[in-house]
Structures are given as C-alpha cells and as structure tokens.
Design a protein around this ligand. Structure first.
Ligand SMILES: [Zn+2]
Length: 206
C-alpha cells in the first residue's frame, strides 16, 4: 500500500522545486516537474538526489548505441583532476530496442538512477581502475560490474524504480528476445531485484 500524501509530508525535504521523499519504500518517486519528463530535465533534477556528484561533471549526449542509456567518462579528460562523465541517451527509435522516450516515468527514474550510480562508482576510481572497467566492456565481461551498479542503485534508495525499469524492459516493452537475453545476462532481472528488495528491511512494507 502506498502511503498517503499526508504521511509522506513529515519526511518531505524540499530541494529547489523538487519534493524529495526520502522514506523507503519509495514506491512512487515524485518530482514536481513543470516542463514535462524530458531527459535533460529529469537528469538535472535527479542530480539533486546524488549530492556526491558535482553538477558540472555530468554532460548529456544523444547517440545511437546498443542500450537505451549509458554512462562513461569523457575519455580526453580522463587524466584531468576534474573528470567529466557522459550520460548517453538513445532515442533513435529505428535502432534501439527500448527508446528512452517510450519508457514510463518510474522506470525512467530507475534507469537514470542506474546511470548516476555509474558516476558515483567512476568518481571513486583511479585512472587505472577506469581503464580496467572499460576493458570489461571491450571483452564483453561486464556482467558483475553492471550488476554491482544495479545493486548500488538499489541500496541508494531507488530499488522500486530499478524494479520498474527492469519490469518494463522484460515484461512490457517491445524488446526482442535476443536483447532480453543480453539484458538478463548483464543486469538483474525483476525476480532478482525483488529478492534483493525482500532481503532489505528498508524496502519492507509495513
Ligand atoms: Zn550500467
């Protein structure tokens, strides 16, 4: 059962024009958004929930890639003291299995939270460690790493949203079987996410 607006209000913490309800389980993540759910707007506002990330260290880019979104360090700045990280959004409806714009709101929050989870992880890595992570992708062995980012994102409080994203991808999207096999291998599927949520008392509904 979702808590009512009133019950939430005692935990409410206003940041700019966003209402953040840090209580978990956070089944409905609410953002007061005046300009729709455009990716830029959502990411900008989601950054408020990741105070560890410096705002100007994240850049957005639209590009046709294999997945709906991705995050990587800006390579030419990898040795700089202040690195930047690119969040790539794929809206190329002809070449993507799940275009970003087609993803429902809660699931969008889940996938964005996952990408910001990558930024949190990259921030703590040395250049050598970043290169090592990059190599995992080149050799197609990023399974443990992607799952660790899903896990980090769940522990950060976005478990229900990660589940919404996974559930949408696996059960409601038009993604092909081969894409879902790829997704099942590298990321947690809805059943695995549910098991994590059930074992975490933060997510237990009363
Ligand atoms: Zn990822």
């Amino acid at each position: 059962m979702l808590k009512t607006e009133k019950e939430y209000s005692k935990y409410e913490n206003r940041i700019d024009h966003i209402v953040y309800r840090p209580i978990t389980p956070q089944k409905e993540f609410k953002l007061e958004i005046s300009n729709g759910d455009h990716a830029e707007m959502l990411i900008q506002q989601m950054l408020n929930f990741f105070p560890e990330i410096a705002k100007n260290s994240v850049v957005l880019k639209y590009k046709s890639i294999r997945t709906s979104m991705a995050c990587k360090p800006v390579l030419k700045e990898i040795f700089n003291k202040k690195r930047r990280y690119e969040i790539i959004i794929n809206n190329d409806s002809k070449n993507v299995e799940i275009p970003f714009d087609e993803i429902p709101f809660q699931a969008k929050i889940g996938i964005i939270a996952h990408e910001l989870g990558h930024v949190l992880d990259y921030q703590n890595k040395s250049v050598f460690q970043l290169i090592k992570t990059g190599l995992l992708y080149i050799i197609g062995n990023q399974e443990k790493y992607e799952k660790s980012i899903d896990y980090l994102t769940i522990k950060k409080g976005f478990g229900w949203q990660v589940l919404a994203w996974s559930d949408y991808a696996f059960n409601h999207s038009n993604a092909s079987v081969s894409y879902l096999e790829f997704k099942d291998k590298y990321y947690f599927n809805p059943e695995e996410i549910k098991a994590i949520l059930e074992s975490d008392k933060k997510y237990k509904t009363g």
